[in-house]
Design a protein around this ligand. Structure first.
Ligand code: SF4
Ligand code: SF4
Length: 385
């Protein structure tokens, strides 16, 4: 009986049966695919769309695809896209206003004709990021209608990481690499000499439903151990670490640190880090009228706290300098996000490090602030500097 909590194994050759099950259940499957020299998220129609035999090499400011010789379907680390592009699209119409002949307006929401989405290949840190955005968009008193609709109907087919990238630090942030919650199905790709299988753990009845026609056998203790060993290897190979002890206090008592000036001199304020980040949610809205002035559309589009105009008030920008904008971003991510939403705003995915054109690394900046803080704050009972 396929039910939540059960674990199964199916061979790599049966992966098309899983895709067929998702399609039969009415989902549009989105997942990893190779495009423009990177592994990005797009529509998956067949196994041929997946990045079979590809991996990536990542460092601060560097991303390269590389071949691997084991034919893995999910043997890569997270790329420049995050799943937020589906739940919180880069540009979205919020509503249309039409003058109804009098002084009032008719408000029409955009059409709701998208099929539900199945997110195939979502990693543990990405589930954590999605839950953070869920809190932002639907956790308050006024839920965002479009986000809520898409979130309600999504199916999460997670994949546990078998390796870590050069800029990953999910272990430090407590968000991965093991997938523990928030999934409908969780896959672990088991590749050993003479074997290429998928271990599948069922999280919900919806997940169980799409497995009905996949030829599988119950997982054995040896299968489960093999899955745990893969995830443990990923945990041990993180490219980065971040000491999060007391980071909220350390950052907020160092708002005047010279480190902000130093990083601000290197930062281009290009906004890449915020666009790649799976939790950043800053956006702007704009009205687009037609020429008759009878009809106007309101659109929302991604924006960034690195843009000068983002904090524009009546007399200019609140954060006029790049150091002030970097400080706003980092202190929000790692400190004031706790005050606002009760969690860190960083899940340790490493995207902002990899995709920063000048290789600014938030783990290094936090270390620099800690070092400056240690010089300024003597240990209790110790001599003043
Ligand atoms: S701040 Fe950087 S490492 Fe943290 S979640 Fe955002 S992109 Fe990932
Ligand atoms: S930290 Fe890097 S990615 Fe972010 S705005 Fe500055 S230069 Fe761009």
């Amino acid at each position: 009986m396929i039910e939540p909590g059960s674990s199964w194994v199916f061979p790599r050759a049966e992966f098309p049966s899983l895709l067929a099950g998702l399609e039969r259940a009415g989902y549009r499957v989105v997942g990893p695919t190779v495009r423009d020299g990177a592994i990005v998220y797009g529509t998956i129609r067949s196994v041929g769309d997946l990045p079979e035999g590809w991996t990536d090499r990542q460092e601060a400011g560097t991303y390269r695809l590389a071949k691997r010789d084991d034919g893995a379907l999910f043997g890569y680390n997270v790329g420049p896209h995050s799943w937020k592009k589906y739940l919180f699209p880069p540009r979205e119409q919020l509503f249309t206003l039409r003058r109804d002949g009098s002084a009032s307006f008719e408000v029409t929401p955009p059409p709701d004709d998208e099929p539900p989405l199945a997110f195939l290949g979502i990693r543990a840190c990405e589930i954590a990021a999605m839950r953070i955005q869920d809190r932002v968009f639907v956790g308050g008193g006024t839920p965002d209608a479009g986000y809520a609709r898409r979130a309600r109907s999504r199916l999460v087919v997670a994949v546990q990481c078998g390796q870590a990238g050069g800029t990953c630090f999910c272990v430090s942030m407590g968000t991965g690499p093991a997938v523990r919650a928030g999934y409908d199905l969780s896959l672990t790709e088991l590749i050993e000499p003479g074997r290429h299988d998928f271990l599948v753990q069922v999280g919900t009845p919806e997940g169980a439903g799409v497995l009905a026609d996949v030829p599988m056998r119950p997982a054995t203790p040896a299968d489960l151990s093999a899955g745990e060993a893969r995830v443990a290897r990923a945990a041990q190979s993180m490219g980065r670490t971040m000491d999060t002890t007391g980071v909220h206090e350390v950052l907020l008592r160092n708002l005047e640190s010279p480190v902000w000036e130093d990083v601000g001199r290197r930062c281009l304020a290009c906004t890449n880090c915020t666009l790649a980040c799976p939790t950043c949610f800053c956006h702007s809205t704009e009205e687009v009228p037609d020429l008759s002035a009878e009809r106007v559309e309101r659109w929302r589009r991604w924006d960034s706290c690195f843009n000068l105009s983002f904090s524009e008030l009546h007399n200019g920008s609140v954060r006029a300098t790049v150091p002030a904008r970097y400080r706003q971003w980092l202190t929000h991510k790692l400190a004031t996000w706790f005050d606002q939403f009760g969690s860190s705003g960083c899940v340790g995915c490493g995207r902002c490090v990899t995709w920063c054109p000048v290789g600014i690394d938030l783990t290094a900046e936090v270390r620099a602030i800690r070092a400056a803080d240690a010089r300024a704050v003597p240990p209790e009972g110790g001599p003043a500097p």
